[in-house]
Structures are given as C-alpha cells and as structure tokens.
Design a protein around this ligand. Structure first.
Ligand SMILES: *[C@@H]1O[C@H](CO)[C@@H](O)[C@H](O)[C@H]1NC(C)=O
Ligand SMILES: *[C@@H]1O[C@H](CO)[C@@H](O)[C@H](O)[C@H]1NC(C)=O
Ligand SMILES: *[C@@H]1O[C@H](CO)[C@@H](O)[C@H](O)[C@H]1NC(C)=O
Ligand SMILES: *[C@@H]1O[C@H](CO)[C@@H](O)[C@H](O)[C@H]1NC(C)=O
Ligand SMILES: *[C@@H]1O[C@H](CO)[C@@H](O)[C@H](O)[C@H]1NC(C)=O
Ligand SMILES: *[C@@H]1O[C@H](CO)[C@@H](O)[C@H](O)[C@H]1NC(C)=O
Ligand SMILES: *[C@@H]1O[C@H](CO)[C@@H](O)[C@H](O)[C@H]1NC(C)=O
Ligand SMILES: *[C@@H]1O[C@H](CO)[C@@H](O)[C@H](O)[C@H]1NC(C)=O
Length: 907
C-alpha cells in the first residue's frame, strides 16, 4: 500500500498535526533494495524465497548508477526486515513509502492581498502584448537572465531532463511535438509505461517545462529561462499529486542514462538525511559530472530543520533550490466594463478580482459608483460610521479603499449600515485581493488595483458619474478574464514564506540558491486552459535548471561542482522578511536563502573562482572552526581583493518553551559570528591561486539549548575589477548531541487509548503505574468493535529532532508478571516481549508522532502476555551519538499494570 502523496502547501503541516494528535502505527510494506555487486533481481527474489519471505515484485532497476528492485511484503516484522538487510544479494534497503511532496497550487500573492489590496487596469493590454524580442519578465530581470539572453545565450546544446508529471508537448509554446528535433525531444512515461510522457491531466510538469523553455509564441510574451535547450521529460507522477519513490528513481536514472546535462526534480521525499535512496542516487549523478537541481520544499512555515520533503534536495552536491516571490505578480482578473456620465455611454474595460459570490446579490446589471471618500490615499476609509447624509447605498456599487486602520469586515459593516451590498475595494497597491464572505452580513465584495480606484475617483471628483456594468457571466464565473502583471511592493523579491528552511541533520549548508518560485505564470496543458499561475519551490527549481543551462552554454563548463561554486559566489542575498511581513535590517539566514538569488550574467562573466561553494562550521561539539579555501584568478590581469564578511540574522530553532520549533519564522537574536582571516587583502596574478584561511568564533551569550543558527557571507571585493564575490557560511551555536531526541520531561507519552473518534478520545498522560484493564485479546490489532469504556495501554512517541536508521526503539518489557513470559533480547541488552521499532532503515524526521497501542497480544497474533507490571521504554540514539556507547542513548520508561477482564466482563 503506497502512502505517498504530492504535497500541496499546508497539507504536510495538517498531516503532521494529525499524526501528533492521533496515534498511528506507521505501516511500511513496500521496500527498495540496492543489490550487491554482480547480483540481479532474480537472485534477490530467490534468496527471499529461500528464507520463506513472501514478497510481491514491484519494479526492477538495472541502471549504471543503481541496480536494485522494489517489492511489497504482506506482513513483516523487525526480524524479517533485519534479515533482508543481511542478505548476500543486498547492499542497502530502504522503505518505499515515504510521503512525497509536491507542488502546491498555492498563491503566495493572496497572502499579500489579505492585508493590502489594489488595482490596476486599462493598461493591461500593454502587458498582454509584451513581445519577447527583449526579455522583460521581472523574474528574468532580477536574476540577470535578460542580460545573458540579450547576448544570444539561450541554453543551446544543453539537455535538461525533468522528472515530473509529464508534459503537454502539443502546446504550441512547448514546441507542439515530441521526439528528436522537437523542444521536448526525449523521455518516457513510467506511470503508464508509454513512450511519450504526455500530460493532459496534471499540469505540474507542463508548468515546469514552460519555466525552463517556453517559446515566445504565446499571448503573454512569456519565454522560458533557456528556450534554446533540449528537454527530456520522465513522467513519474500521474494525474494525482503523488509519486512512488521507486518510480521516481527509475525516472531519475533514465534521465541520467539518456545524457541529460541537468536533471530537474520538483518533488520531495520525506527524509532530511542524505542517506535517503533518492538523495544517494542524485549524489552519484553529481559525482558523475551532471547537475541535479531539486526543490527545497514548501514547508517554510515549519521553521528550521523542517519535516519532510528533504530528499533529494538534501543530497550532497545536489543544488537545493528555494523560492522567492515574483516582484511582478501575474493577476488573473475578470474583465468587466464601465461608462462615464451615462449608463449608455462608451464602455471601457476594467479588470477586477471577483470575491465570494452570493446568489441573492447578483453583480449582473448596471450600477452607479459611490465612493465613501474622494481621497485616493485615505488610510481609514469607512472605518467609522458613514456620515448621516450618506444616501441609501443599495442601488450603488460602493468604492472603498482598503485600510491599514481597520479590517474589511469593519468597512463592510459601515457600508451595510447604509444598505450597501455591492462593495468594490481598491488599493493600497496594484495587487487585488479575493474578498471572502463577510461574517453574518450579506454584502459581496470585489477588488480593483489602486490605479483603477484612483481613475474612478478622478472622474467623480471632476463631477462625472461612473457606472459599472456587469454581465450575467460574472455571476456564472464564465466572464472574460485577463492576466495583468502588477508590482508586488510588499513581498516581491523576498523569500517565499513557504520555501523550506534548511540545515540537514548533518549540518550541511542547504539550500544552495533561491530563484523566483511564487506567483509564476507558465504553460499548462491545453485541455486545462493552456496557462496557469503556480507557486512553490517546484517552480523555482526549473528556473535554476534554466540558469545552469545558460551558464553551461556561456562558460562551456559542465562540471556541477564548478558551476555551483560560480553561481554561489555571485548570488545575491536579500534581507530577512518574516512570514508576518516584518523586514529585518539583517540578511535572511543562509539556512533559508543559501547563497541568495541566482545572478546569471555575473556568473557567466566572473573570473574569480572559489574552491568551495559554502562553508559549514558544524555545531559546537564538532566545530570545524578553521578552514582554508583557495581563490583562483582566471582573468588576464592581476586582481587585488579586500576580504571581509557580513553576518546574516542569527535565528533560534526553538521557542523559549523547550523544544517547540519556532514557526512560522525563526526569531532573530542579537549576535553573530566573528570571523578572522589569514589576511585582509589578497593580490593574485592572472591565472594564479591563493589560499585564504578563515577562523570562526561562534556568537557568544546565546541560549544554546534553543539551537541558534548563525550564518553570513565572506566577502571578496576586487579593488581592480568590479567583481564582488561572497561565500555563504553557516554554523550551529549549540550541540546536536545535547538536544534530546525525545522530550525528557513531557509526561504525556503514555496514553490511554480509548477507541473512539477524535483526538479527545486519546487522552494522553496516564500517570506511571496506571492500571489498564482490557478484555482478553483476540488480536494484536485493536478490535474495531471494542467498547468505548476500555482503556488500552499505548505509547505516543514524539521525536524532537530527527534520528537515524533504526535507532529509535519502543520496547515493551515485563517487570513483574504473574507466571512466565518468553522474552527476547533487544537493543542495549533489554529483555523484551516486543520491540515496536519505529522503523528499520527509516530516517525519522522531527516533529512526527508515532503511536503504539497494546492489546495484551503480541504481534505474532497468538501470544497473550500474562497480567502484571510492564513498562514502555523508549530508547533513542542521540544525534551524532555512537550506537556502541550506552551513554549516547537517551531512555525514558513508563511502567503500567495490565489486567484482563474475566469472562463475566468484570475486572
Ligand atoms: C531591446 O533592448 C535593447 C537594449 O536595452 C534596446 O536597444 C532595443 O531597442 C530593445 N529591442 C526591442 C525590440 O525592444
Ligand atoms: C513496458 O512496455 C514495454 C513495451 O510494450 C514492455 O516490453 C515492457 O515489459 C513494459 N514494462 C513494464 C514495466 O511493464
Ligand atoms: C494624499 O495625497 C495628497 C495629494 O497628492 C497629499 O497632499 C497628501 O499628503 C497625501 N496624504 C497622505 C496621507 O499620504
Ligand atoms: C435601508 O433600507 C430600508 C428599507 O428600504 C430603509 O427603511 C432604510 O431607511 C434604509 N437605510 C438607509 C440608511 O438608507
Ligand atoms: C468577452 O470578450 C469578447 C472580445 O472582447 C467580447 O466580444 C465579449 O462581449 C466579452 N464577453 C463578455 C461576457 O463580456
Ligand atoms: C558535522 O559533524 C558531524 C559529526 O562529526 C559529521 O557527521 C557531519 O558530517 C559534519 N557536518 C559537516 C557539514 O561537516
Ligand atoms: C483565469 O481564471 C479563469 C477562471 O476564473 C480560468 O478559466 C483561466 O484558466 C485562468 N487563466 C489563467 C492563465 O490562469
Ligand atoms: C572541515 O571542513 C573541510 C572543508 O573546508 C572539510 O574538508 C573537512 O572534512 C571538515 N572536517 C571535518 C572534521 O568535518
């Protein structure tokens, strides 16, 4: 049973909360093995058979970088899985059912609008007519893609393999065909095993293909970042938004075998450990000289060390890509008309965002416009009762400016008090908002950009009357629409709040770069409308793939390490904007924005090269505090550099209450690292290199328990040429080892598992030595029909941080029992009746909850343990700990009494 899913933004958080509130037993039934050298799937299956393990074959993978297969087990136990890992035919084994992340149709722009709105509009025709002769897309301008394109660089001769949901290659902006000579020249459909990776039901891959390589023959003047590339598409996601890891691995392997120079992966698989199989595969691809770009994930609101979505972005050498908000938002607005002075006057178009519709208040009709204020920059429009002389507003559309001083609900109240039921909000920027239904009062609301509101006010102030006219199509949601591009002064160019934070559990620098990913207009399957606005690191990733392609053409370099170092040295960091909108004076942490926003032109031209793309100082236990980098001047003249550094915002991982992750935005704390260098200037002859040694002193005076993450950029400013380079650094001013894996004080781990419905039926926190009286069990599973009054003993384990392979165990130990019970030895020599391992070979992420109920019968489904005193014991290896050292394990015990009801049903 596959448990994978593409994540829409927000879904993952909800899912995590669900896991936390309601205990679940993770069932892993599908696995991937990598075969030992010289073995094939047949020999593996025969070894399974020899060992009496029934398995159903899923997929065989026979590739140059990965030979293995995937299979399903009906039932498994710790011992079964453990024994498979020891097979002669097996090199590695991983579960195949991690949740898979994906790309969300989230519109970050709506967040902006929720507090600020405004409108724009008759000039939208100019946007529609934008031609691609010059690249003027804001996303291309802020990344200097336009400047390379102006030099004729389009990614020619570069092959990009996309592993995603397929592509609508019939789309004219995507070349209109599939196969050699076409834009989409190669690939495969692994979902339906077809030769053509066609997508007419999902859209995700079609959007990605357009971001990389849309051709200019489209109504919006869009072009891809690198329209000269050749694209391959590997369809591993079907019409739903979920993908099986084994299928993704086949797509990635095939993309490599087919000679892709760059592989672009906009899915995430729920592990933040670089030992995850997809991360491992991608690392091998990078080691074999190809670029892999992968989405950092959309869990930004979880703060640091986020859950899920990490692999393959977390892989060493893989370029993890985060997302910034498009500064020029494509707004999909409805087109209606207005006339001046007379309802039958000349009609002009205006574009607006139709809010929540109410059948009893249709928009259809012609309505005079009434403005509650004639001042276009008023900040408290209709925040108080309207004047007594206000007319009955029922025949009007009421124009009101969105306010910083009061909520739109208040404005609607004031207008409705005067019988107004149709409200048109405008301002304070060109971005419109979707006006939702108002609590308990009927008005309907729409919104227009600030400029449209101003235009109407100018007319009203010049003693004209304005009539808005709406067709019945507006109410039916079938009206004409248009895309207008509007500046986003609030969040444009800043990190998208949903873009995942990094830092792997190994404290590698992640993500590498950021590119525009929120509010991106691109191609969509023709059957589904042809174009769409989408948001997420899924959109940022192909953008980065396109920049890599431009760089490969411009510099004639394909080595992924060199390309990453070049891109990193010229990327542009931005200030830290929290999800609340607050902009700090410090740069955003490297753990969020990596090296910063890609700068394609500078990357193509820079002549100074670093030997590394970032510096990881590790945590205080493993401080790698002095590191030497080499700087090479590939230019034709000597260059001199001034060496310096700038700290980014230092942020805490946890809130003050211990071990609660600080989210949605980790808080800034005063204090940054102090860096010293072997010299403050460097002069390097043409073609020569010089070493620079950097020594860090982590910030002092911080609360190490809250795991402060410090970071910043080493800067090299050339005094002879206009080259300004920077190199991101990052460290943890605390100890992973000292951070408990499970909360050492939380008393809610032992639960009374009353079978029921919602979380309230699972009251946590049964005190030590509680007695649980249960019916004589007939199964290790809790019977569906168990009457509500029975309390089943259970344990609910929540991990604070993640943990590694098979190092978290939930043991059930007999203490004093009536009679005898067979035990087996488990981790650390404990004699147990059951080891409810969290999972063999699973890298467990932070913040997950796992529940284990116990009916009295063991998982072999025949042994009923005797009554008596037992204990749950959670045993977990500390992060960076040595499993051979007892003191490196954290343990907690929860004793309880187990009693059975007698046959009369009494205790
Ligand atoms: C493109 O941009 C260049 C440089 O800014 C300008 O000289 C040229 O006229 C532009 N071409 C078009 C078609 O707009
Ligand atoms: C895919 O289709 C090809 C050709 O029809 C067939 O030979 C092959 O066995 C199929 N592979 C799978 C995994 O079904
Ligand atoms: C509003 O605009 C007017 C005219 O442009 C200007 O004089 C006034 O200072 C502005 N008021 C505010 C609050 O910005
Ligand atoms: C609102 O409409 C009602 C019913 O037509 C009318 O009695 C009332 O005076 C109106 N209120 C205002 C403020 O015009
Ligand atoms: C949609 O646009 C077309 C072309 O401008 C126009 O003829 C038609 O009347 C519009 N339809 C509506 C419902 O406004
Ligand atoms: C940090 O130290 C740990 C423990 O030695 C090591 O496993 C990890 O690879 C180090 N991380 C980096 C980025 O060097
Ligand atoms: C704009 O919205 C309309 C419906 O409101 C939809 O049919 C159309 O596909 C959208 N266009 C784009 C480019 O998103
Ligand atoms: C320290 O960092 C250097 C890279 O600058 C790396 O090669 C080395 O392995 C690191 N040392 C440890 C102990 O992680």
């Amino acid at each position: 049973m596959m448990f994978t899913q593409l994540l829409a933004l927000g879904t993952c958080v909800a899912l995590t909360q669900a896991l936390l509130s309601k205990p679940t037993v993770p069932e892993t039934s599908s696995f991937i093995v990598e075969l030992a050298d010289g073995q094939d799937a047949a020999s593996f299956y025969s070894e399974l058979a020899t060992n009496g393990i029934a398995a159903v074959s899923r997929r065989n993978m026979s590739y140059s970088l990965f030979t293995g297969c995937s299979f399903d087990l009906d039932k498994h136990s710790t011992s079964t899985i453990a024994s498979i890992t020891k097979f002669a035919t097996v090199k590695n084994l991983w579960p195949n059912d991690r949740r898979v992340v994906e790309t969300p149709p989230d519109q970050d722009v709506l967040r902006v609008h929720a507090s600020k709105v405004a409108g724009a509009s008759e000039n939208h025709s100019k946007h529609l007519k934008r031609q691609a002769a010059n690249d003027t897309l804001a996303t291309h301008v802020i990344t200097q893609v336009d400047r390379l394109r102006a030099e004729g660089i389009t990614g020619k001769g570069v092959k990009i393999g996309i592993v995603d949901s397929g592509v609508d290659f019939h789309h004219p902006a995507l070349g209109g065909c599939f196969g050699p000579g076409c834009l989409i020249a190669y690939g495969h459909d692994f979902v339906d095993n077809k030769t053509e990776p066609y997508d007419n039901c999902n859209g995700h891959g079609t959007h990605i293909a357009g971001i990389i390589a849309a051709q200019p023959n489209n109504p919006y003047g869009l072009t891809g970042v690198a329209p000269g590339v050749t694209l391959g598409m590997y369809r591993v996601v079907g019409c739903s938004r979920s993908v099986d890891p084994d299928l993704a691995m086949m797509g990635i392997n095939q993309a490599y075998e087919d000679g892709s120079d760059i592989i672009s992966i906009s899915s995430g698989f729920g592990s933040r450990w670089s030992e995850d199989p997809i991360a491992v595969l991608c690392q091998r691809i990078v080691n074999n000289g190809r670029v892999v770009v992968a989405a950092a994930g959309n869990n930004g609101r979880q703060g640091l060390f986020p859950n899920g979505e990490g692999s393959p972005a977390i892989g060493k050498g893989v370029a993890a890509i985060g997302s910034v908000v498009n500064p020029d938002v494509p707004q999909n607005l409805t087109v209606s008309t207005y006339s001046v002075d007379s309802p039958t006057g000349n009609l002009s178009n205006f574009a607006w965002n139709v809010g929540f519709r109410n059948a009893s208040i249709p928009w259809a009709g012609t309505w005079p416009l009434y403005a509650t204020s004639r001042t276009a920059n008023i900040t408290n429009d209709a925040c108080q009762q309207l004047p007594a002389d206000t007319p009955d507003l029922s025949p009007y559309v009421v124009l009101v400016r969105r306010s910083q001083d009061c909520l739109i609900n208040v404005q609607a109240d004031m207008i409705y008090a005067k019988n107004g039921t149709r409200i048109m909000f405008y301002g304070p920027t060109e971005l419109t908002t979707h006006v939702d239904t108002f609590i308990s009062i009927p008005p309907v609301g729409g919104s227009v950009p600030q400029s449209q509101g101003e235009k109407w006010l100018d007319l009203l102030n010049a003693q004209h009357r304005v009539f808005l006219e709406f067709s019945p199509e507006v109410d039916a949601n079938t009206a004409n629409w248009t895309i207008i591009f509007s500046p986003n002064p609030e969040t444009g160019g800043y990190m998208s709040p949903t873009s995942s934070w990094g830092v792997s559990f190994e404290l590698d620098v992640k993500p590498q770069f950021v590119t525009p990913g929120a509010n991106i207009l691109s191609t969509w399957p023709l059957d589904l409308g042809g174009y769409q606005v989408q948001s997420g690191t899924s959109m940022a990733t192909p953008f980065a793939a396109g920049v890599y392609a431009l760089l490969i053409e411009a510099r004639k370099i394909r080595d992924p390490g060199t390309l990453q170092r070049i891109l990193s040295s010229v990327a542009k960091p931005n200030l830290y904007q929290e999800a609340s909108g607050t902009v700090h004076p410090q740069l955003a942490p490297v753990a969020w924005q990596g090296a910063g926003l890609l700068q394609a032109y500078d990357a193509a031209k820079v002549t100074t090269l670093f030997s590394v793309s970032s510096i990881a100082f590790n945590d205080t236990d493993h401080l790698n505090g002095t590191q030497t980098i080499s700087v090479t001047n590939t230019g034709s003249t000597a260059q001199s550099y001034r060496i310096g550094y700038v700290n980014s915002a230092t942020v805490y991982t946890f809130f003050e209450h211990l071990y609660n992750f600080a989210q949605p935005s980790p808080p800034v704390v005063d204090g940054g690292a102090t860096l010293t260098f072997s010299s403050t200037t460097l002069t390097i002859a043409a073609g020569a290199s010089a070493d620079l040694t950097v020594t860090v002193v982590p910030p002092t005076g911080l609360n190490a328990t809250r795991l402060p993450v410090y970071s910043g950029y080493i800067t090299l400013n050339s005094t002879t040429a206009s080259e300004n380079l920077s190199l991101p650094f990052l460290g943890l001013d605390g100890s992973l080892y000292s951070t408990p894996v499970i909360d050492p004080t939380d008393q809610t781990y032992m639960i009374r598992d009353y079978r029921g419905g919602g979380p309230e039926d699972f009251p946590p926190g049964a005190p030590p030595n509680s007695t649980f009286t249960v019916p004589i069990p007939t199964s290790a599973e809790i019977p569906e029909d168990l009457p509500d009054q029975y309390a089943i003993p259970g344990i609910h384990v929540e991990l604070i941080m993640g943990d590694i392979i098979a190092t978290v165990h939930v043991l059930l130990r007999p203490l004093e029992v009536n009679g005898t019970v067979a035990t087996k030895e488990s981790v650390l020599g404990y004699q147990v009746v059951e080891d409810f391992f969290i999972n063999e070979n699973v890298y467990v992420d932070a913040r997950l909850g796992f529940g284990y109920p116990f009916t009295g019968m063991l998982s072999d489904n025949k042994t009923i343990v005797p009554e008596g005193r037992y204990e749950w014991r959670i045993v977990a290896l500390k992060l960076t700990g040595d499993r051979e050292k007892r003191e490196d394990w954290q343990e907690r015990a929860f004793p309880f009494y187990l009693r059975y009801l007698n046959e009369t049903g009494t205790a």
